[in-house]
Every structure is written in C-alpha cells, then in structure tokens.
Design a protein around this ligand. Structure first.
Ligand SMILES: [Zn+2]
Length: 251
C-alpha cells in the first residue's frame, strides 16, 4: 500500500472497529429472529467494487487484510495465526450470535468507502449511543447532522452523518489531523431511523405493547473528507447509499 493511502485507510479501520464495538452495548431484550434487511454486502455497488476484510486473531498482531492480498483466506500471511471476519477485539466483546459484515469499496475515480452491517443477536446488554465509541482522546466528532438520501421508489432515507477528526503524532513530532466521516442508520422489522433515541423508543414500545423484540441492524458507511469545509463527501454518501440501499431491501 502506498504511504499516501495509509492514513485515511487507518482512520477508516479505526472507525469501523469502534462502531462494531459500540454495538456490543446497544442490543437489548430477547429477540425473535426477524430482521428488517437482507444481511449481506454485495460484490459491487454501482461502480464501487467491494473487497472482503479479514482480521488476524493473534492478540499481539491484530492486523487487517483485504481478501485480494491473501493467498489463504484463513491464515495470517505475517504471523501464521487464524484469520477471521471480525477483529480480535470484536470477537472478544460481541455476543457470539452477533453478525458483522464489512467490506472496503473502491471506485475508479472517487475515494474508497468502508461499509458494514451489524445484526444484533439475542443476548442482553445495555444501550449506548454509537457516538460514544467514536470519541476518544485523539478522536472527536466535530459535527453531526441527518441528511436526506433520495432512493428510487420510496421516501428519502434519513442518514446520520458524523464528521470525525482524528489527530495523531507524526514521526517529526508534529500533530497531523486526518478527517473522515461516519454515516449510519438503524433498520428494524418495518422500521428505520437515523436516531438512536427513536430506535430505543421503538424497542421499548415493541417490547411493552407488542411483546416482540426484533433483531435490529446497524448499517454504516465511512470514508474520508478533503478538508474542514469540504461538503463533497455528502454527495458521495448519497450516491453510495442510493445504490446500496436497494440491494439490502427485503423482497
Ligand atoms: Zn497475524
């Protein structure tokens, strides 16, 4: 990988890992196995070509690889440990029946995008906002807003977009900022929302009044931003999600 590509890629991996961990704390109630989406990430989304990500399960290595770079999908090429579909940390923390799919999507012209679907399992745990795990000592959310994504044959989809700024120390001792975005929405059976609180409300009312608790999916798209005033990434999100959404819809 070229050095130029390394920093944004690094940021995306961190975002994606953090987001999946978030979900460990957001699942609640006993669930019946009904989901609101098709749980799969397509090979391609419009002109975007997807590559599956694989993770080294060695706690001392924990590197991630793109499928195309591997001769053997199950073995780490550097340390020989087993490779898996989620990171070591995710495997440690998430309930066994959580399903996580992640892919990196590359476009001939535009910047790459990472997409993930996390489907909740049956285990109970407490409830968190996704934002909590995306903020840390060297990473902050500088803005959040819901954007409308026009999708053919239905109403616009609301998607929460978080602007992320990550600072890290370079070798010369100076701080460098890397800018990215993290966009998400939740899908339950016959329900969807970009708002965590709305989802919690539905989970509660479904449980109390309907005595059901469906499996919620958490869908995210992450990428990079060119600068603090760059707005072009919003169009990238709209374009990607408009192509992505119909491929997940239940028929
Ligand atoms: Zn390894």
């Amino acid at each position: 990988m070229e050095t130029r590509e390394l920093k944004p890629y690094f940021v995306l991996i961190v975002l994606l890992a953090a987001a999946s961990l978030t979900y460990a704390f957001t699942v609640s109630y006993e669930v019946t196995p009904a989901a609101g989406v098709e749980v799969r990430l397509p090979e391609s989304i419009g002109n975007w070509q997807g590559s599956e990500l694989r993770y080294c399960m060695n706690p001392d290595h924990q590197r991630e690889y793109v499928m195309e770079d591997l001769d053997d999908r199950n073995t780490c090429p550097d340390c020989g440990f087993e490779l898996g579909g989620m990171s070591y940390m995710e495997q440690q923390i998430l309930p066994d029946d959580t399903i996580i799919l992640k892919k990196r999507y590359q476009h001939p012209i535009e910047d790459m995008v990472m997409a993930s679907i996390v489907l909740s399992g049956a285990e109970r745990s407490s409830i968190h906002r996704p934002e909590v795990c995306l903020q840390g000592q060297d990473q902050k959310i500088t803005r959040n807003r819901v954007i409308s994504v026009p999708i053919e044959g239905r109403n616009d989809l609301g998607v929460m977009v978080l602007d992320i700024q990550r600072s890290f120390l370079r070798e010369d001792g100076r701080t460098h900022d890397s800018l990215g975005y993290y966009a998400y929405w939740f899908v339950g059976k016959d329900r969807e929302t970009p708002h965590h609180l709305q989802r919690m409300f539905w989970m509660a009312t479904d449980s109390i009044f309907n005595n059901v608790a469906h499996r919620w999916a958490y869908i995210s798209v992450a990428g990079s931003r060119d600068g603090p005033n760059d707005e072009a990434y919003l169009d990238q999100i709209r374009e990607f999600v408009a192509e992505f959404y119909p491929k997940m819809a239940l028929n």
